[in-house]
Design a protein around this ligand. Sequence first.
Ligand SMILES: C[S@@+](CC[C@H](N)C(=O)[O-])C[C@H]1O[C@@H](n2cnc3c(N)ncnc32)[C@H](O)[C@@H]1O
Length: 257
Amino acid sequence: MSAGFRIKKFAAYLWEAKTKYYLHSPFVYNFFLHVLEAQTDENLQVIIQLRNQLRNDFSKIHLTDFGTGTSRTTTISHLEKHIALPHKYGRLLYALVKYLKPKNILEIGTSIGISSAYMALGNEQAQVTTLEGCPSLAKAAEQNHKTLNIHRVKVVEGEFSKTLNTALTEMPTVDLVLFDGNHTQQATLAYFQACLPYVSENTVFVFDDIYWNSEMCKAWNTIKQHPTVTLTIDVYRFGICFFRKEKLAKEDFVLRY
Ligand SMILES: C[S@@+](CC[C@H](N)C(=O)[O-])C[C@H]1O[C@@H](n2cnc3c(N)ncnc32)[C@H](O)[C@@H]1O
């Protein structure tokens, strides 16, 4: 998909996105203050340091591509720069976890373990399960969590089709899910459907790259319209879904971030 597609979508987002001064919903206003306006705090310094080291690590790593089954080689530096979430969105995840305090977190798509580290740092009580199919990435993620002294992240290695359902059944509650594994419409909707039976009123789903391509846009529109989703927040890169029952009418917000 062309960069032109994403530029057009970004321009449309900027046009539509609201600041906190236009928000009447107390829940969304508080979300804006505590999550979107949260600054980088001292807890995140360790991850910033690690990211700087990884960015300068040009050692090679062998990857298994799940679309084609082929393997290729890249560098740790490339994965940190281009595959892991940018710090801005890692900080958002950290602030979200710090604010809502989900106890059991699931991530679909680990890579080298950067986003799972932000989430684990957000709540000392949280258990994070993260799924990764590529053995060398799963190993690198475990190493990075060890470096950060984070021992509450379980990296589950294997194809999502084999690991997702088991991971869901083994979690005591499913409080937050980050969908960051396979940016196709079919896969995104399949993972969404697989997670839905585990949703409670306090569950939050975060979808990464909702404007990555037209398929992801379609998937996001379908998710927004699902009857169990009562509130959505679009911050351009992330689409965030809530299932809160006290909401009388479904609302979709586009917020400036
Ligand atoms: C975008 S990366 C995750 C980035 C990570 N969340 C972060 O920000 O640090 C997606 C990961 O999902 C893995 N993946 C994609 N499709 C998969 C599948 N069907 N089964 C298992 N792993 C898969 C890829 O190997 C890749 O490492």
